[in-house]
Design a protein around this ligand. Sequence first.
Ligand SMILES: [Fe+2]
Ligand SMILES: [Fe+2]
Length: 127
Amino acid sequence: MKETEHYEVSRINEQHSKYVKLLENLCMSSMIENNNTCIGQILSDLSAYSQSHHEFEESLMKKIDYPYYDLHITEHTKLRSILKNIFLDLDQMDTRTIMTVLLEMKNDSISHILYTDMPLIKYYKEL
Ligand SMILES: [Fe+2]
Ligand SMILES: [Fe+2]
């Protein structure tokens, strides 16, 4: 693997760390009653961050002609759709429901990193 390619792997790993931190902030914020302004701001930050992160992974997959590209894109689209729907429905949910949906979203996102992103990184490293 070339030096620039090492950089791409470490950039994805760094983005995942930041992504998980935002998810943790979100779940912590949801434990406070009437905190929708703060939750909405973190959701907005997470939405922008996931868009740019997904685009980075997608450009890498195109570059290496990744065989599971379509499946991976489908999961990205689904994750961003879940995020958007939570943002839109935030004011209709009580604290307990917000905590539940955010925890589910966090689990879905971490599962994606473990079972979809990690195989991509492994494939890329073995090229
Ligand atoms: Fe991904
Ligand atoms: Fe990712």
